[in-house]
Design a binder for this molecule. Structure first.
Ligand code: HEM
Ligand SMILES: *[C@@H]1O[C@H](CO)[C@@H](O)[C@H](O)[C@H]1NC(C)=O
Length: 523
């Protein structure tokens, strides 16, 4: 009895036992994880198998946080294609392994990873179970159907044109395209969801401070994920004045929340549209066959918030990547311009207007540029974890028991030299040959995979094609050149679900074109 405390049982021992018991519990948990746990045979770092604190350190502290994705890549280099990245999760880097994302896997999303990160917002993308996800996604998918996106095409084009007009007017100025593209993506997403964009593109500084707000929210989400989800609700319940004092960026977050609130409320209260006239996104959900508890204000608000959050940083990061590569390679830029110029001239000969999405996607070099952007931009460096509750899965000789969290990262495939030769190079030409394009397309998965595939992929693709063709087409009326920009200014560094650069963003100097665009001299 007294081996632990040989001085009798008064006073001090209680304290010692109180300290000792948790230590012994922790120790047995660690021993279990290393020996009898079903994942004990999966390779990986010793510490990562012992405790989730290993991941928490990389996600919250190391190099400013959001760095576990890089550490996971390092683990694969050391241990091979399957790694135990924390006590309860395996990560697989193998472009041909897809079992957990298949429809038949009916996998769910792990609550700790998504829900604790995004907070208590009951949206489609955080729905935990496959069944709930299917229920919620149904009516959203109707809204994101091609035919409906087509209906909003004029709104999308108008946003791209507005951006171009602003850049044209900024002759001689330095502009942060990271900010400008974020505004474009927000206005395209909100224009599509509500028929009327929020108007971020009208902001004189392209909403310069907004990046700080976004970063603060997702950084807090990461901390929240590793502190049992406690942090975000606390933050959301803070009075505005206190929040603003802690971090001025919260002012913008509040503003965004208010704008979304009033938009959602307005849509909920609008009379049902006349037959044949369009429903906005919220009205579509309200008119759907969802059960009443799925049509409450918090639900509709969360869906709106999630669509805007999902569509903004991702699309902007992709456009930033494309632009940075084109501006640092005059040869590719020239080739792009030439292709766009020829297509424009051909269309004009037939009396057509400016190039539209349907024209652009037929152009091989433009398509190569967009695809290379989607491949290299890495807007979601996060792994995409799933849990398969009702069946064991296999990877080579390893059995992964039901209930295990399993993840893959899209960028691992995009960087795989066996699939994409010279994976680090921006090579639009690799997409030129139709046969090869078919093969590569199978491995191009910036949108994730399976039942939870990105809903906005068509919208984002249209946005990218139009932006690239209008910004770099011979009729743009302005030129851009990189301004004091290194790779680290724009390449994703921190992963807070989406990727964020370490540096200052992509900045360019605008100058009026000396080149003459299809006959419009001296624009
Ligand atoms: C280049 C741009 C984009 C990329 C790379 C991208 C990527 C992704 C990825 C990887 C996922 C899966 C997340 C997961 O498995 O946890 C996803 C889901 C989603 N994305 Fe996107 N996205 C982009 C643009 C957009 C846009 C513009 C919108 C809408 C306006 C959007 C709306 C959504 C929604 C609603 C989901 C959740 C789908 C579900 O859970 O069923 N995305 N996106
Ligand atoms: C974010 O905004 C801040 C403040 O306006 C700016 O200094 C910084 O360069 C921006 N960062 C990025 C990546 O755009």
């Amino acid at each position: 009895m007294n081996i632990l405390w040989p001085y009798g049982l008064s006073g001090a021992p209680i304290l010692v036992y109180l300290l000792l018991i948790p230590c012994l519990v922790a120790l047995s948990v660690v021993v279990y994880r290393l020996t009898l746990h079903p994942l004990a045979r999966i390779p990986g770092p010793f510490l990562a198998a012992c405790t989730g604190l290993y991941e928490a350190y990389y996600e919250c502290i190391k190099d400013g946080g959001g760095r576990y994705w890089v550490e996971i890549q390092e683990m694969h280099r050391r241990y091979g294609p399957i790694v135990r990245i924390n006590p309860w999760e395996v990560h697989i880097a193998d472009p041909d392994w897809n079992a957990v994302y298949k429809y038949s896997a009916r996998a769910s999303k792990p609550r700790w990873f998504y829900f604790r990160f995004f907070g208590k917002f009951p949206s489609t993308n955080v729905a935990e179970s496959h069944a709930l996800h299917q229920l919620r996604r149904g009516p959203l998918q109707v809204y994101f159907a091609s035919s409906n996106i087509q209906r909003y095409m004029p709104t999308i084009v108008a946003q791209v044109d507005k951006l171009c007009a602003r850049l044209r007017a900024a002759d001689g100025c330095v502009v942060s395209l990271s900010d400008a593209f974020r505004c474009l993506a927000t206005d395209v997403a909100t224009g599509f969801a509500f028929g009327a964009p929020f108007g971020h593109l009208d902001e004189p500084t392209f909403d310069r401070e907004f990046n700080v707000s976004v970063r603060t929210v997702v950084k807090t989400g990461t901390w929240s994920r590793h502190t049992f989800g406690l942090l975000l609700p606390m933050l959301h319940s803070l009075p505005e004045s206190v929040a603003k004092k802690m971090n001025p960026a919260f002012g913008r977050v509040k503003w965004m929340k208010d704008t979304m609130t009033s938009c959602v409320q307005r849509s909920m209260n609008k009379p049902e549209p006349a037959p044949g006239s369009p429903y906005d996104m919220v009205q579509t959900l309200v008119a759907s066959s969802l059960p009443p508890e799925e049509k409450t204000f918090p639900r509709l608000f969360s869906e709106t918030r999630s669509v805007i959050m999902a569509g903004t940083e991702t699309t902007a990061t992709t456009l930033v990547c494309i632009t940075a590569h084109l501006l640092s390679d005059p040869f590719k830029l020239h080739k792009l311009r030439a292709e766009l110029g020829a297509a424009e001239a051909a269309k004009q000969e037939q009396g057509g207007g400016p190039l539209e999405y349907a024209d652009l996607r037929e152009l091989p070099f433009v398509t190569g540029v967009i695809n290379e952007g989607l491949r290299l931009a890495n807007p979601t460096p996060s792994r995409l974890p799933r849990v398969c509750e009702d069946q064991d899965l296999r990877y080579k000789n390893y059995v992964i028991p039901a209930g295990t969290t399993i993840s893959t990262t899209t960028q691992d495939t995009h960087n795989d030299g066996r699939v994409f030769a010279h994976p680090q190079s921006f090579l639009p030409e690799r997409w030129a040959d139709p046969e090869e394009r078919r093969r590569l397309n199978r491995y191009l998965q910036p949108w994730g995979r399976g039942a939870r595939l990105c809903l906005g992929m068509e919208l984002a693709t249209i946005d990218a094609y139009l932006a690239v063709s209008r910004l770099f087409g011979p009729g743009a009326g302005f030129d851009m050149s990189l301004y004091d920009t290194q790779d680290e200014d724009w390449v994703p560094y921190h992963e807070w679900f989406a990727g964020f650069p370490k540096g200052r963003g992509l900045r360019v100097r605008i100058s009026r074109s000396k080149e003459v665009g299809h006959g419009k001299e001296g624009i």
